[in-house]
Ligand binder design. Structure first.
Ligand code: NDP
Length: 485
């Protein structure tokens, strides 16, 4: 019998499901059991061509609609997503292995927020009028054209919406390629957008590995590329986009600092560290994986952290009581286990976890290392798994220098009850998305993105509009034209 996660076909192009079984088979594995639950096929060159051609053809008419009309379609899609939240959350859990307890509140709901928010903004995208004596300049905010979205595997529904919603609100069309690891959810986003009234071709989804992404990025019809992925992939995609002078948004990895001062509320700081390291089994780009704890609070912090981490319910992701799921794939699990071994070998102290969980599927115990030093591999490289490194510090000046000593700059957090210190420290941290007495909140209203190697551009908020549109300026002369001859 066909598994309920099996999609109708591999791709969604020009308003309908499309199959081409000559493309390489991509098995979809359920991370909690290791069983294959679906199969899709990578896009062939013919499929890539269909997707690009139909998105290109549909865009001009879409851009001619009023923003209010486009926005109404996006808001209708948001309503459909909310109405189907349970079904979409189950699919997200099959795609990623993340527990239903999380997917019910963080995936289709976050996607719906983006559709609603950008749907609401679509009617208010205007230019300005600049008086120049009796002449004037006016500006128009125009769509970029055909945009490509390429997603990572940790938030397949959310990423498809975070890129699609602002793109479509601005009058662009989009071809979206999910990660080959999680191909299922974006197809549902496309289906729902079209059910809500998006014209055929405005939002197409095609499957494939990096080479399909590469074919999309280098196509001359494509005007913009928005990638969520690792720094090495970001560098390749950015370079490829540059040869065609295309616009880019790069949402890449991180190794973010979370700084806990002696005067912080211990329970809240522990809660922030848990949210910033163990949500989605640690597979979150903005995680605060370098937890700097001031020496005076260290033992208290570690004791409560170990106690509360012991309360994680590891198990069947479909059981709503489960609060901690598996890694997305066997290979990701092995990468993370490799880092755990490195942490032990380089002399960090295991406070809890430190091994694979004893059950089928790709589970790793939530792991806390203490006595981590700045030069250890686990403190320098992005692990993308449930591995928290706790480092000690003495002074504010010292911790700021150490926190910034990384190629990354996605996020940063500070826990303290001294508010002038909180703002002073956050002001000096090199990061794009920051938190005070909290960690990893990502509402659609707030800009999201990194500095340094963690990326360029911002998603969400009004900032995202700037990255999916361009400004045309028009000088209007009322009098005669003077010329030298
Ligand atoms: P990857 O960088 O491996 O892949 C990202 C996407 O790019 C995938 O769809 C991949 O396809 C595709 N891709 C790979 N090579 C190319 C290429 N040459 N041209 C075009 N596309 C290509 O990232 P992961 O999927 O492993 O995701 C984890 C990474 O994503 C982490 O580093 C994490 O920090 C980052 N991330 C960043 C976020 C942010 O907003 N800053 C949010 C979430 C994750 P395929 O995998 O199918 O080969």
């Amino acid at each position: 019998m066909t598994h309920p996660a099996q999609p109708k076909a591999s791709h969604f192009i020009n308003g309908e499901y499309v199959e081409d079984t000559s493309g390489t088979q991509i098995p979809v594995i359920y991370a909690a059991t290791g069983e294959q639950i679906a199969t899709v096929h990578a896009a062939t060159p013919a499929i890539v061509e269909q997707a690009l051609a139909s998105a290109k053809a549909a865009q001009k008419e879409w851009a001619k609609m009023t923003g209010t009309e486009r926005g109404r379609i996006l808001r209708r899609a948001a309503d459909i997503m909310r109405a189907r939240n349970h079904e979409l959350s189950v699919l997200e859990t099959y795609d990623t292995g993340k527990p239903l307890q999380e997917t019910l509140v963080a995936d289709a709901t976050s996607g719906a927020d983006a559709l609603e928010y950008f749907g609401g903004l679509a009617g208010s995208l205007t230019g300005e009028h600049i008086p120049m004596g009796e002449d004037w300049v006016y500006t128009m905010r125009e769509a970029l054209g055909l945009c490509v979205g390429i997603g990572a595997w940790n938030y397949p529904t959310q990423i498809a919406c975070w890129k699609g919603a602002p793109a479509l609100a601005c009058g662009n069309s989009m071809v979206f390629k999910p990660s080959e690891t999680t191909p299922l959810c974006a197809l549902k986003v496309a289906e729902i957008l079209h059910e809500a009234g998006a014209p055929a071709g405005i939002y197409n989804v095609i499957q494939g590995m990096g080479e399909v992404g590469g074919a999309l990025v280098t196509d001359p019809r494509v005007d913009k590329v928005s990638l969520t992925g690792s720094v090495p992939t970001g560098k390749k995609v950015y370079a490829a986009a540059a040869t065609g002078m295309k616009h880019v948004t790069m949402e890449l990895g991180g190794k973010s600092p979370l700084i806990i001062f002696d005067d912080a509320d211990v329970e809240n700081a522990v809660g922030g560290a848990i949210n910033g390291n163990f949500y989605s089994s640690g597979q979150v780009c903005s995680n605060g994986t370098r937890v700097f704890v001031q020496k005076g609070i260290k033992e208290k912090f570690l004791a409560r952290l170990a106690e509360r981490t012991g309360n994680a319910v590891i198990g069947d992701p479909m059981d709503e009581a489960t609060s901690f799921g598996p890694m997305v794939t066997e290979s990701q699990m092995n990468i993370v286990l490799g880092y755990i071994e490195k942490g032990k070998a380089e002399g960090a102290r295991v406070v809890c976890g430190g091994a694979r969980a004893d059950m089928p599927g790709y589970y790793i115990q939530p792991t806390v290392f203490a006595d981590v030093t700045d030069d250890m591999t686990i403190a320098r490289e992005e692990i993308f798994g449930p591995v928290m490194s706790v480092l000690d510090f003495d002074t504010e000046e010292e911790v700021i220098l150490r926190a910034n000593d990384t190629e990354f700059g996605l996020s940063a957090g500070v826990f303290t009850n001294d508010f002038s210190r909180a703002h002073r420290v956050i002001g000096q941290l090199e990061a794009g998305s920051c938190f005070i007495n909290s960690y990893n909140d990502a509402p659609v209203e707030a800009p999201f993105g990194g500095v340094k190697a963690s990326g360029v551009g911002r998603e969400n908020s009004k900032e995202a509009i700037k990255h999916f549109s361009q400004v045309k300026s028009v000088y209007v002369r009322m009098g005669d034209v003077e010329a030298a001859f």
